[in-house]
Design a protein around this ligand. Sequence first.
Ligand code: SF4
Length: 215
Amino acid sequence: MDQLKRHIKILMDLGFEEIFLDKEIEIMDIKEKEKLIVEMNREIQSCTKCDLYESRTQAVIGEGNLNAKLMFVGEAPGGDEDKQGRPFVGRAGKLLTKLIEAAGYRREDFYIANICKCRPPGNRTPTPWEMEQCFPYLQKQIEIINPKVLCLLGATAARAFLNRNVAITKERGSLINWEGRILYLTYHPAYVLRNPNAEITLFEDIKKAIELSQH
Ligand code: SF4
């Protein structure tokens, strides 16, 4: 709020009489954001829009800083996430947390979510139709949280945004404008667990995504 007041004072000193709001200025306060996320969580817990509701213990909405300028997006909860109701808490999640901390931040500084809110049976990849059914929830979350950068973890998350197949080994590191926000494509931490040589690349990508979100 102090930052906003200073910004308005500078504009008034410069002679502006009207101010047009854009995405750079937070217009929704944190209480309002919390309320909308709680309402959405209630909705997804009883959602039956796709068949994934049949196998879930609970839907996993996501977690983190509701004012984050960077949101990490994966594909769907796995077994640990389904049990705990939190995103990225299994082995892949621990790696993500470790790399965020190695970059000098905490995972609570950012927001972490998935394309699909319910666990696919056997941790299979969600189908395009399932992702399409669930994507409006993520879009609404993005509107509420208003991040500048969306760091897409893996080909499946990238495919959901771009509506095409993505060869992540070729396209990682790409910056793509999506509805006025930056998509930054990188590996899923689960891929890095299977290919440990890629860990340094994922680490560099996380640092780059953080840096982009701060400028
Ligand atoms: S994955 Fe998404 S669309 Fe499908 S049942 Fe769960 S919340 Fe609903």
